[in-house]
Design a protein around this ligand. Structure first.
Ligand SMILES: Cc1ncc(COP(=O)(O)O)c(C=O)c1O
Length: 459
């Protein structure tokens, strides 16, 4: 998203820039040790950090982390932050939760990787089946890889090549998912390094647009629709309009297209994510991030009928038949499985979901009250533990609407303002998420910073 020079029409752009310059300068002045590490890192890593793109996420030096506990992390300059981004939802269970520490230490002490199964894999699969209503599961190390494998299996099952995604999606960094609409409306690779013809494998339609979806599936050449049940990777949350999921399921069934729901982010609403909460019936579910407490883990669940193509990999005499392109040496390793088991059975309990839901509600209510008090025409959304802001009065229904009201400078001001007040909310457009160890005091800290900023903006 290009950075706009114009702030949201509801606030004075000059004021946004002035406040942001002031807050950026303060952050730099207060992080000398982080600046030192960044300079040292530049000698050995592009942009000075382990993933070069990371620095694009900030207009300031990244805080180099020293340690973390519960909801908070501390940087090497000694600043402590209440974390509302929780590593883009991957640390929803918080930092260093005791059951995870115990399970990981125990597994490491007894061997962490064998390229052989451990019993935890059965417990984890049974529990995922109970949560998401799908009987068979396979494992990777990330959600991107889970999506990649789900797509490959869908190709085998349907004998088709293409996948269909919704505009504004993010499903990970693999070729077919990194396609967007260019200025003339045709599909283009999103970033450099992707094959130019990657666009031939992907169709893109707006979320909540039933007629366009029907048209795109009509030719019956799409193997899989891969969708988040609610789109979380935009400026503002995009919720399905009433009836959209019914239409999606009906159209995919009618055209012989498989449907995968990516619950990587939305799983935080409760056991079984939005699939369970809304009674959805996908053919596949994909997961990653927080389901193993932040230990690298990805999972994809499927129906028995889909699992058949994997079941058939060994012939009657044990000979290898034509394989489906899945797998990796460390996938489904014993450590990841032990972490997922402890996380689901001991951390992501009904009480934990209830508490994060309650705090998410408090957060959204408090943010909304502050917006109303200063009279800004902004919408505050809420989904389980997550809240966030859209710089227009109504919720957005698709990615075009989200783009039209996005304001990167203002968003970055919100983040640096909060960072200087001990609240961390990174990733453009994500909005704050309450984590499992959070308490009312964390929400109060967010709301204090938020309210102070809105007053400064409108003064
Ligand atoms: C919905 C969704 N799916 C998949 C992914 C990819 O996750 P990972 O980068 O851990 O592979 C993301 C990452 O943000 C995501 O938001």
């Amino acid at each position: 998203m290009p950075e706009s020079d114009l702030a949201s029409p509801s606030v004075d752009p000059g004021r946004v820039r002035e406040l942001k310059n002031r807050e950026d300068a303060r952050f730099h002045a207060e992080h000398p040790r982080c600046a030192e590490l960044l300079a040292r890192g530049r000698a050995v890593m592009p942009n000075g950090v382990p993933m070069a793109w990371l620095v694009g996420s900030y207009h300031h030096i990244p805080p180099w982390v020293a340690d973390a506990q519960g909801t908070r992390f501390t940087d090497v300059d000694g600043h402590s932050y209440s974390d509302f981004n929780i590593a883009d939802m991957s640390m929803f269970c918080g930092y260093a939760p005791e059951p995870l520490l115990r399970a990981v230490a125990d597994r490491m002490a007894r061997g962490n990787q064998f390229l052989l199964p451990t019993e935890d894999a059965i417990d984890v699969s049974e529990e995922l089946g109970r949560r998401y209503g799908l009987p068979k599961w396979q494992y990777t190390l990330s959600a991107s890889q889970a999506n990649t494998e789900a797509i490959r299996v869908a190709r085998v099952v349907t004998g088709r090549n293409k996948i269909l995604l919704f505009d504004g999606k993010y499903h990970g960094h693999f070729d077919q998912a990194l396609v967007e609409r260019g200025p003339d409306g045709s599909l283009v690779p999103e970033e450099r390094g992707l094959p130019a013809d990657v666009t031939r494998q992907t169709a893109l339609v707006p979320f909540n647009a039933e007629a366009e979806l029907a048209r795109a599936l009509e030719a019956r050449d799409v193997a899989l629709v891969l969708a988040e049940p609610a789109m979380t990777n935009n400026h503002g949350l995009i919720l399905p309009q009433p009836g959209f999921h019914d239409a999606l399921r009906k159209l995919t069934r009618e055209t012989g297209t498989l449907l995968a729901l990516d619950e990587t982010h939305t799983q935080v609403v409760g056991a079984g994510g939005l699939t369970a909460a809304w009674g959805l019936t996908p053919d596949l579910v994909t997961l990653g991030k927080s389901i193993a407490g932040g230990v690298p883990f990805g999972a994809w669940g499927m129906t028995d009928a889909i699992a058949e193509v994997l079941n058939q990999e060994k012939g009657a005499d044990g000979e290898r038949l034509q394989l489906v392109a899945t797998g990796g040496t460390l996938f489904g390793n014993a450590l990841s499985m032990a972490a997922a088991r402890a996380t689901m059975f001991e951390i992501l309990t009904p009480e934990a979901y209830a508490n994060t839901q309650r705090l998410g509600e408090c957060l959204a209510t408090g943010m909304r009250a502050a917006v109303e008090r200063v009279g800004l025409p902004w919408h505050i959304h809420h989904l389980g533990p997550r809240s966030g802001y859209t710089f227009r009065p109504e919720p957005v229904r698709d990615a075009d609407e989200a783009r039209a009201c996005s304001d990167e400078l203002l968003t970055r001001l919100i983040r640096i303002w909060l960072a200087n007040r001990g609240v961390w909310e990174a990733i453009v457009g994500a909005g704050p998420v309450v984590s499992v160890p959070a308490a009312d005091a964390d929400v109060d800290a967010y709301l204090a910073g938020w309210t102070e900023l809105l007053e400064a903006l409108t003064r």
